[in-house]
Design a protein around this ligand. Structure first.
Ligand SMILES: [Zn+2]
Length: 367
């Protein structure tokens, strides 16, 4: 497990809980639903939040959607899903001490994400839900201003992705231009400036040496007076998925454990497992209530019914591949098939990869 390092503003830490089933808040008396308003800690300045003067949305590259006061989903404009994983920017209304950002998008989007978030509240904590480049590439833009939290299995993988991240900068402008009706001038300036210093970026810029490793199945922190609960229920989409639960505001960021309205990508080389993923979703289903807002890794935010639907999708794929294998269909044919009912989902290009990953998992030893 990872080493523990001093955590700035780390005021509350739950004891590590043994059984995975017991880590769901509420099961063992962990605080769950909305907490009452707790007074700000001494030293936190209570001054009007900068969000009181909202930036001009038309000038922003990203869509900042207010889910609750002090909780913004950062989304691809017009529902665009090509820009990487969804973000959340969270702070305590009334406090300007800074915001907590969940995930960091692609490397080429890091500076723009930082600049646009700062128009609402400067980021001073970043949590990565897992190692994939569209969730961690932008870390380099925040490392001088925020500790970056990730699962211990994520850090070596992120360190190894430096060259891919830097190469990806070249494709940024073209990718941005494909987003409908997005203002590009400021983003292109950010990107030019970044490209000018790309060669100086080191692996540690993406996973700093002092990265705050989330090495327990359940950790509760108070960051800028926001209670942040981070859960890890074992391998699923990858071997380092973190779930971020914000009980005070009843908002859940699932990372890529949920693809909403899209095909789900299973990263077997990254330690993912379809059987594990189904188990994790079953546990997640007990979190929150009918008012919980769920922000998936990809796709539109919604309610928690999307968690059950994601489980059904994965069960469906598992059964489909099991049946085809039993009938003797070879792998290279199975990966070209579209299971019944799955044809209308977006991100169709990931379906063959996931079908292949499920096939390989079924062909391997039973865990
Ligand atoms: Zn992912």
């Amino acid at each position: 497990m990872g080493r523990l390092i001093d955590r700035r503003e780390f005021l509350c830490r739950a004891a590590a809980l043994g059984a995975a089933a017991a880590v769901i808040p509420g099961v063992l008396g962990e605080p769950t639903g909305r907490e009452g308003a707790t007074p700000p800690a001494a030293g936190d300045k209570q001054v009007p939040t900068p969000a009181a003067t909202k930036p001009d949305a038309a000038r922003l590259f990203f869509e900042f959607r207010e889910l609750r006061p002090g909780v913004l989903a950062v989304l691809g404009r017009g529902g665009d899903t090509t820009l990487g994983g969804n973000n959340l920017l969270v702070w305590r209304p009334g406090l300007t001490v800074g915001g907590v950002l969940i995930d960091a998008r692609h490397a080429w989007l890091g500076p723009t994400l930082r600049r646009e978030c700062a128009a609402f509240n400067a980021v001073n904590h970043v949590i990565n839900t897992h190692h994939h480049a569209d969730h961690t590439g932008g870390n380099h833009a925040f490392r001088d201003m925020a500790p970056i939290y990730m699962h211990p299995n994520a850090r070596p993988r992120v360190l190894g992705m430096r060259d891919t991240n830097v190469r990806g900068l070249g494709a940024g402008a073209a990718a941005a231009a494909r987003v409908k009706d997005a203002p590009l001038d400021d983003l292109l300036r950010d990107l030019d400036e970044l490209k000018g210093r790309a060669e100086q970026l080191t692996p540690e810029d993406f996973a700093p040496g002092d990265a705050q490793l989330m090495d327990k199945p359940f950790e509760a922190m108070r960051l800028n007076e926001v209670r942040v609960e981070v859960l890890h229920h074992g391998p699923a989409h990858t071997d380092n998925d973190l779930i971020v639960w914000l009980p005070q505001v009843n908002v859940l960021h699932t990372g890529d454990l949920v693809f909403h309205g899209l095909h789900a990508f299973l990263d077997r080389p990254g330690g993912g497992t379809v059987r594990g993923w189904i188990k994790v979703l079953d546990k997640l289903g007990t979190l929150g209530d009918r008012d919980t807002i769920v922000v998936p890794g990809h796709g539109e935010p919604g309610d928690r019914s999307m968690i059950a639907r994601q489980g059904e999708y994965l069960r469906g794929l598992l059964e489909f591949v099991e049946k085809q294998r039993a009938a003797g269909t070879p792998r290279d044919e199975i990966v070209k098939m579209v299971p019944e009912g799955a044809g209308s989902l977006g991100l169709a290009r990931v379906l063959p990869v996931t079908l292949g990953a499920v096939y390989d998992e079924l062909s391997g030893p039973v865990e």
